[in-house]
Design a protein around this ligand. Structure first.
Ligand code: KG4
Ligand code: ZN
Length: 342
């Protein structure tokens, strides 16, 4: 491939509840990033309803892609490759993006590049940090995943630690529901925590025996539920902000502790966080402080690139494209796709 040529990727993301398309130039420059969120729709049900998500993706996908091409002031003919999230995620939701990407790539005779959703989250860090290059470490914290990852090279990963039960974002969402904050829980807990005392209640910090990099968040979630039940049984009121802040501290303490353990053991000098929970203000400042203390350069994406978007998929697709990854017309949605699998 001619290194000097400009490479334009049209990227599509539909793995959960955002229908998104973006155009990314040379892997680092976002020319457009269109996101149609279904949050309002799913709020009615207190969480994502897969059937509704798929239907809404079908309704929105064409206009989102058109808007992405328009805003980037380009057209399908000028695109070099089409990148699409093909897993992990909700199968029906993923299928909409995959089918659309295949149809466009076939019709316009463009290469098709399937992208792992988590690879996209990690790649979000490349957009605003032009100097960031592998190798580095990453903590991916989203609604469905909590992974501590060694990024060896573009598209090459070792998963060092993972959650044994709930993902970090899932715990935020469940606790938010329990204390009456509703869906989506993460941003609401983040906001209300600013009014609360993080040391008011001591919730458990779970460590998985003999697996220092793994996580478990079901215990802290149960502890919050027990605390609320206890208050209700005694007829006592509880402070929503104190619970939120104390819960948030318990989760971020474990995330930071495991991340710093890896920093020491692996001699890490660059650390990047990614995924929806990476926009959490307490996690960002705790990681920033811990990294500074250890002399590690700390990276995080702007909130719009933390939660699901197609720009991050375009960045990951660019590096996959450059590495020679091409998918055929048999590309399928893989709801439990493993990181690093082809
Ligand atoms: O990455 P993402 O958009 O979707 C998945 O791939 O799962 O992450 C969504 C998750 C949700 O659980 C949401 O509550 C959480 O990220 N989240 C946050 C914040 N913003 C989003 N969690 C904590 N604090 C936030 N500010
Ligand atoms: Zn995501």
């Amino acid at each position: 491939m001619d290194e000097k040529k400009e490479v334009l990727i049209l990227a599509i993301e539909s793995s959960c509840d955002e229908t998104a398309a973006a155009v990314v130039k040379n892997g680092r420059e976002v020319l457009s990033n269109i996101i149609s969120s279904q949050i309002d729709l799913h709020t009615l049900y207190g969480g994502v309803v897969p059937e509704i998500a798929s239907r809404k993706h079908i309704e929105k996908i064409n206009q989102v892609i058109e808007a992405a091409l328009d805003e980037a002031d380009t057209s399908l003919e000028d695109i070099d490759a089409i990148g699409v999230t093909y897993g992990p995620g909700l199968v029906g939701a993923l299928l909409v993006g995959v089918a659309e990407a295949k149809a466009l790539a076939y019709a316009a005779k463009k290469p098709l590049v399937g992208v792992h959703h988590i690879e996209g989250h990690i790649a979000a860090n490349f957009i605003e940090h032009k100097e960031l290059e592998p190798p580095f470490f990453s903590l991916v914290v989203s609604g469905g995943h909590t992974h501590l990852v060694r990024v060896k090279d573009y598209g090459k990963f070792d998963i060092i630690g993972r959650t044994r039960d709930d993902a970090a974002g899932e715990a935020f969402d469940k606790v938010a529901r329990a204390i009456g904050l509703g869906y989506p829980g993460g941003p609401k807990i983040d906001k209300v925590s600013k009014e609360g005392n993080p040391d008011a209640i001591t919730f458990p910090r779970a460590h998985v025996a003999d697996h220092p990099y793994d996580f478990s968040f079901s215990g802290v979630k149960s502890a919050v539920l027990n605390y609320i039940n206890g208050c209700q049984m005694k007829g006592e009121s509880y402070c929503q902000a104190d619970i939120a802040a104390s819960f948030q501290k318990a989760v971020t303490d474990v995330l930071v502790a495991n991340a710093m353990h890896a920093v020491e053991e692996y001699g890490v000098d660059k650390f990047a966080i990614a995924g929806g929970v990476a926009s959490n203000s307490a996690l960002r400042s705790a990681m920033q402080k811990a990294c500074e203390e250890k002399g590690v350069k700390f990276y995080y994406p702007s909130p719009v690139y933390c939660t699901d978007n197609a720009a991050m998929i375009g960045v990951a697709a660019y590096y996959e494209y450059r590495n020679g990854t091409r998918h055929g017309w048999d590309l399928n949605a893989v709801p439990n796709l493993k990181l690093g699998e082809r």
